[in-house]
Design a protein around this ligand. Sequence first.
Ligand code: HEM
Ligand code: HEM
Length: 222
Amino acid sequence: MSGSMVRVWDLPTRLFHWTLAALVAFSIVSANVGGNWIQWHFYSGYVILTIIAFRVFWGFAGGRYARFSSFLFGPRAIIDAVRARPGAPRTLGHNPLGSLSVFALLASVGLQAAIGLFANDDIASEGPLVKFISKAASDRLTWLHHQNGNVIIALIVLHVLAILFYLVRKRENLIVPMLTGDKSAVESGLASRDDAALRVRAALALGACALAVWYLVSYLPK
Ligand code: HEM
Ligand code: HEM
């Protein structure tokens, strides 16, 4: 271990990541098992919807490297990142190429949970918002839910392969920082906030998102 460590991922972002990964995996498994598991598939989707809403808020009000503005890059920066040699100065937060996968995963998973609310399994279960649309429309959205499910699986495979590529070929371990929050300080390494006040802000935002989703799936009048 060389040099000092600098906080990059605040605790809320780390909890968000591993909770999302676990729940998305559970959602894919439970959808394929079917039967009574579909109920848990729904619940898992509601929690995913909640934490994605939280993550969008956090993209504006979170720690330095959790903010969207810190990983919005143009094509130029992305091409340069692809061409960068091992040992080139690295970015502390999401790198320009990785940021594409972050946005793609957040968008596709958020969309999936939203579409799921309108989906049905042609047996006994339908999403809580099916009551607002026709059966034909629900069937089309269910089809889209299946297709987008495959897109998500492909994106996850790419995501994990990219991280393994960094580990093996570029000798940069991105996984440990997503667990501990810290990276070894490099040039111009500004730390992210991760203090108690920031975490309280996250908890309050998460609570608000949970209430909104709860209302949406349980109480929205027709
Ligand atoms: C269902 C599976 C997964 C999903 C949906 C997912 C999604 C995401 C998302 C949305 C981010 C951006 C984090 C943020 O800024 O909020 C991210 C980053 C990250 N994920 Fe995953 N992830 C999954 C599985 C995994 C697995 C299995 C690993 C470990 C091998 C992993 C390692 C990472 C790492 C290291 C980062 C940070 C990348 C960077 O340094 O820029 N993820 N992931
Ligand atoms: C991000 C969260 C979600 C993911 C990743 C996900 C994933 C999937 C996948 C991959 C399938 C297709 C399974 C297959 O190929 O047979 C599926 C089916 C389904 N999902 Fe989701 N889903 C999510 C959220 C939801 C939500 C929130 C609801 C409803 C409230 C929902 C309702 C359904 C229904 C009704 C089916 C059809 C099952 C069948 O055809 O028998 N999903 N989901």
